[in-house]
Design a protein around this ligand. Sequence first.
Ligand code: CP
Ligand code: NVA
Length: 304
Amino acid sequence: MSELKHLLTLQDLSQQQILDILDLAKKIKADPKAYSQTLAGKSVVTLFEKPSLRTRVTFDIGVNRLGGHAVYLDQQNGAIGERESIKDYAKNLSRWCHAIVARVFSHKTLQELKQYASVPVVNSLCDLYHPCQALADFLTISENYDDLSKVKLAYVGDGNNVTHSLMLGGAILGMEVAAICPVGSSPDAQVVLKARELAAQNGGKIVVSDSLDALDGYDVVYGDTWVSMGDDTPLEQVKDRFIPYQINQSMLDKYGIQHILHCQPAHRELEITSEVMDGPHSLIFDQAENRLHAQNAVLVSLIK
Ligand code: CP
Ligand code: NVA
């Protein structure tokens, strides 16, 4: 596998590259002072077409903790590609900054940024993937389990960008990852195919089911919103279909689930109950903290 130049999707990374990022993230987390000047004199542009709390703040504070400088770009100047082409956007930004972090509606925008940028491009969420999130999730799991490849992780809810990155990354890490989603909300078939191919190469397993009984024997259950950003389906339209998939105490008890993750923002009493989110099995706020450490490991690995 060639040297890591961008992070658009975890499927571009080898198992060793993911493990190296997780290892570096643990080192940075344990000894932040040792990395406080690693990005001195470097600037990172973070550009957002969609709202964010965790991603925006963890990249900004994260770059600062590495001694660098983050510049936030929102859509006040119009959507990317409207006022000027994505190509020109990428070529201009590359003259000033050392990496571009982008949250966009379409994965194609990231591919175009990558094509024309001469600096690393990092996907901080698109319609198909959320690799920075999944790296923080694997970091959080690895803080609680000695061997990631032995962990059984079940995502429950709408098959989406987060599901895809968990399946692809989990497959590369040799994990068993299940996506348990209501009929009509399964993950993208092409992504499932790719994840199964990667799982076969790495000793992992990918399960896709609409049956909650598939949860039996899983260690970690993972939740996300039922309606993602950019999807204008009214909640009322999907609520009845999703409510049986709510992550609640009776689900934990019935299937013997040990740990709960949720990428947030969470919709309490919809996809997850407060009892579980604030309860002893929840790793959700460790997971939010780990966004910062995992992303800093990505930036340190990419910016030369
Ligand atoms: N999990 C996550 O990406 O959160 P934000 O949308 O707040 O950045
Ligand atoms: N699937 C969600 C994740 C939010 C962090 C979304 O895309 O809105």
